[in-house]
Design a protein around this ligand. Structure first.
Ligand SMILES: Cc1cc2nc3c(=O)[nH]c(=O)nc-3n(C[C@H](O)[C@H](O)[C@H](O)COP(=O)(O)OP(=O)(O)OC[C@H]3O[C@@H](n4cnc5c(N)ncnc54)[C@H](O)[C@@H]3O)c2cc1C
Length: 470
């Protein structure tokens, strides 16, 4: 596998807040331990001042912290790990074109201070972010009404930031924008304002002046920056949203920001890119070792990427709607409508879009759980309406067709919920009067799971109509 990369990543100085929920995918990719060793600035939580409401703070548990870092430091760690895993890195190189030929993809690269060279391959993963070397020509489209510019600069405090902010991402909305600040070490924070696309004054000085003016619209962030001095130049980059009409076809996968860009408000961009890159690797590997599975692999990747984008938009909709209700400005009203349009009506069933969704609304699963709790005995029987359907799923490093359980309520089928195999659960639950006995029977037949995870899966099996009470 060859990785083509310029020496310095685009927006190398940009701060990134990586939440603890990214730890799972980081561990899966063997990045977690190197990131811990790199001693990045710990991410202990966030403080959000949204639409004039009371501050909402989230504190991450010790031992399960996230990371604060700039892009350049993050990439350096990821790159070293990729190289150790055998990826051949073409450093200080920029891909200028990628063309499909009868012999495969021909990627022409320009190398700093050297002659241009060609890289050939059967598969290309476009992971060039917003630049979208191939993605741009694959029908990527803007999410209308969300033209946003990020104005960014660093601030330093020689005496350090107060404890309540030192390891936290700070977010504050205002009438026609929102601001964000990520600590990079004990003294430096990266600060950005996300504004409507056309409001910036020209030139570096114009960007700096516009950013200063935007920050005066905040209350808490302005206070937090009092006594701090700016460091380095201010700069601007696009934070407008877009998504691809199609994320994959034979020979091509669009990973991370190359395929879609979600609102930085979520702090999920890096995690989304990592998951997307991981799955792109699995999809390409599947097609290379078993060409008959190419369509299944592509379809799986494409559906998941489209769904992830929709769910992130769904998650952001209530924030924009609250801001639109309070500020009643075009900035928020347009964004609220766009998020709802792209994210769908009503809340999504999965609070975290990267988690395997139960594919049933949480309220239904909870209602089924309450019934289980209220009954004297479990008395589970397999429903006559239970069907079995084959659907693509990840198994190891492959995408394979896997049997899923389906019903009228869940026509597309579910296989796993919180790591619990529903086939095993449905096979082992009947015949047990008590939930702990059913759980023990499951753990005797399959890799053990915790009781809370088992209970969620059990409630899902009832809510989906796979099991019923006898
Ligand atoms: C203002 C702002 C704040 C953000 N804050 C956060 C945050 O707090 N937390 C978070 O998780 N996310 C945040 N994000 C989003 C996050 O930065 C991205 O979602 C994430 O970096 C996407 O990763 P990626 O690898 O897909 O793309 P990128 O990080 O953009 O990486 C693409 C890479 O491709 C390289 N490249 C480009 N063109 C070529 C070419 N032709 N040939 C070779 N290489 C090329 C670039 O140099 C770069 O290294 C923020 C974004 C913005 C704009």
């Amino acid at each position: 596998m060859a990785l083509v990369r310029p020496g310095t990543p685009a927006a190398a100085a940009l701060g990134e807040s990586i939440p603890p929920s990214a730890r799972r995918i980081l561990a899966e990719l063997d990045f977690l331990a190197p990131l811990e060793r790199a001693a990045l600035h710990a991410n202990r939580g966030n403080v959000v001042w949204w639409s004039g409401e009371e501050a909402r703070s989230e504190t991450f548990p010790d031992g399960q912290l996230g990371f604060h870092t700039d892009r350049a430091s993050l990439e350096a760690v990821l790159l070293g790990t990729a190289e150790r895993a055998g990826v051949s890195v073409l450093d200080h190189a920029t891909a200028r074109s990628a063309a499909e030929t009868p012999e495969g993809w021909r990627v022409v690269c320009e190398r700093e201070g050297g002659p241009s060279l060609e890289v050939w391959g059967d598969w290309v993963v476009d992971a060039t972010g917003r630049h979208g070397l191939v993605a741009r020509t694959e029908g990527r489209r803007p999410d209308r009404g969300t033209s946003t510019l990020a104005l960014v600069r660093r601030w330093r405090r020689t005496d350090g930031w107060p404890d309540e902010h030192a390891h936290r991402t700070l977010i504050e909305s205002y009438a026609d924008g929102w601001a964000w600040s990520v600590p990079l070490d004990d003294g430096v924070r990266c600060v950005a304002a996300m504004i409507g696309g056309r409001r910036v004054r020209r030139g570096r000085a114009g960007v700096a002046a516009t950013l200063e003016a935007e920050l005066t619209k905040t209350r808490h962030l302005k206070q937090a920056l009092e006594g701090a001095t700016t460091e380095g130049e201010a700069w601007a980059c696009s934070a407008s949203l877009y998504t691809a009409g199609r994320f994959a076809r034979p020979g091509l996968l669009l990973a991370g920001d190359a395929g879609s860009f979600i609102d930085p408000l979520s702090s999920f961009g890096v995690k989304k890119a990592l998951s997307s890159g991981w799955l792109a690797g699995i999809a390409a590997h599947t097609a290379l070792v078993d060409s008959q599975s190419t369509s299944a692999a592509i379809e799986f990747f494409d559906r998941r990427e489209a769904d992830v984008y929709r769910r992130y938009r769904n998650l952001s909709a209530p924030f924009f709607e609250r801001a639109a209700a309070v500020y009643a400005t075009p900035y928020w009203e347009v964004r609220a409508r766009a998020a709802r349009r792209a994210g769908g009506e009503g809340p999504d069933s999965a609070a975290d879009p990267d988690r395997t969704a139960t594919e049933l609304p949480e309220t239904e699963v909870r209602a089924a759980y309450e019934v289980i709790r209220a009954r004297p005995t479990l008395d589970a029987v397999v429903s006559a309406a239970l069907r079995r359907v084959d659907r693509p799923a990840i198994e190891g490093h492959r995408i394979v067709l896997q049997e899923h359980l389906a019903s009228v309520r869940c026509p597309e089928g579910i296989r796993h919920v919180r790591g619990v195999d529903l086939r095993q659960l449905v096979a082992s639950a009947p015949g047990h009067g008590e939930v702990p006995d059913a759980w023990a029977a499951y753990n005797g037949a399959a890799p053990p799971v915790t009781l809370p995870d088992y209970l969620t899966a059990l409630a899902t099996a009832f809510a989906a109509g796979f099991l019923q009470h006898g």
